[in-house]
Design a protein. Structure first.
Length: 365
């Protein structure tokens, strides 16, 4: 059958898969069977799905496919962090990072090819922007990482947490990201707790409100500055959604989540946003919302105009926040020897003009 009419199973969350089988005049429970094979056992060969009749298996093989990104390369850091370069079409690749820790394994997943937001301290934004990733290209990152880590064969999955913090702004690819997160949380999918799935946004206010109504996941906000003047420079989307509007959206989101804390990410840029005065300003700003803060030492990349704050400055900044009762940790830099640290992901992006950014924002307004 022509590839344009072939259904990719990885594009379907559970409701869509049940509807698909109903359209084939098959019982919806077929979705349960297929999902267990694909997401619990890592099987994508219909011939191995032994609880499905031979006739149906043949029919499915003719009309459907399991299409995934292609692994171009894998790099392994000295600290055990892994980075995969994944080809998603003839001209573009994205990067996915796995960070192992004693008590968890976290996968950092991309949502777009490049990023349209152009934050000044982030190498991803410097690559430009091409397009949104499909559901299959998003969930495929998690499926491939599980396969490469032999996690499907483990009684307890190696990947326990997923963060939508890779390439791109997740809320500008809202529908596909939410469907992919549905599969991450679904008992028949990867069965990851909703608190262990985190979406990170630079501050798309309408998207935050829509997310609160649509999907129960943890929220992280890339804040990086305690005032509009500085944030306009570091995170240009702030010009559309200034800090007052962003914090109001965070308050609304927290209320929907029973006041679970929102994580605020703050990259530490030497001499830019790391003074005592800015720490006190940040503490005052966050007093109105359940919050915890991740201080991120800046990870340099070629052509960057910034440098990282000193250890002493970061510790001083952290102590000011802690004294104001805000849970604050300094994120340990992982994978910087393979350019897998926060803000270093670049992939391979054939950038289009940023004409999509404004149209996307307009649709969410």
């Amino acid at each position: 059958m022509n590839s344009t009419t072939t259904t990719n199973f990885f594009d379907l969350n559970q409701p869509a898969l049940r509807e698909f089988f109903s359209g084939m005049e098959e019982k919806p429970y077929r979705a349960t069977q297929i999902m267990k094979w694909v997401y619990h056992q890592g099987i994508t060969d219909f011939d191995k799905m032994t609880d499905i009749s031979k006739g149906l298996r043949q029919h499915l093989a003719e009309q459907t496919a399991f299409k995934l990104p292609e692994i171009v390369s894998q790099q392994i850091s000295d600290d055990g962090t892994r980075k995969w370069l994944l080809r998603i079409d003839d001209k573009n690749c994205v990067e996915t990072v796995f960070i192992p820790e004693k008590d968890r394994g976290t996968l950092c997943v991309s949502s777009q090819v490049g990023c349209p937001l152009d934050c000044s301290f982030c190498s991803t934004g410097k690559q430009g922007f091409n397009r949104n990733l499909s559901v299959s290209e998003i969930i495929g990152q998690l499926w491939l990482a599980n396969r490469e880590l032999d996690s499907f064969q483990q009684q307890n999955r190696i990947i326990t947490n997923v963060v939508m913090m890779g390439m791109g702004e997740p809320l500008l690819n809202f529908d596909n990201v939410v469907k992919a997160m549905d599969l991450m949380k679904d008992d028949l999918g990867f069965n990851i707790s909703q608190k262990r799935v985190t979406l990170s946004t630079a501050g798309i206010v309408p998207g935050i409100d829509r997310l609160a109504e649509t999907s129960k996941v943890s929220l992280a906000v890339s804040l990086h500055a305690p005032n509009n003047e500085l944030r306009d420079v570091l995170v240009p989307i702030n010009r559309s959604y200034p800090i007052k509007e962003l914090m109001a959206a965070c308050q609304r989101y927290a209320r929907q989540r029973d006041d679970d804390p929102i994580t605020f990410e703050y990259v530490m840029l030497g001499g830019i946003n790391d003074s005592k005065a800015e720490a006190k300003q940040l503490a005052k700003l966050l007093a109105s919302v359940p919050a915890k803060v991740n201080l991120i030492p800046f990870n340099p990349f070629p052509g960057s105009e910034y440098k990282c704050s000193s250890i002493e400055t970061i510790d001083q900044f952290r102590d000011i926040l802690v004294k104001q009762g805000i849970i604050t940790i300094t994120r340990k830099t992982r994978g910087d020897d393979i350019d897998a640290a926060c803000g270093q992901l670049v992939g391979q992006v054939v950038a289009r003009a940023k004409r999509l950014q404004q149209s996307q924002l307009n649709r969410q307004s």
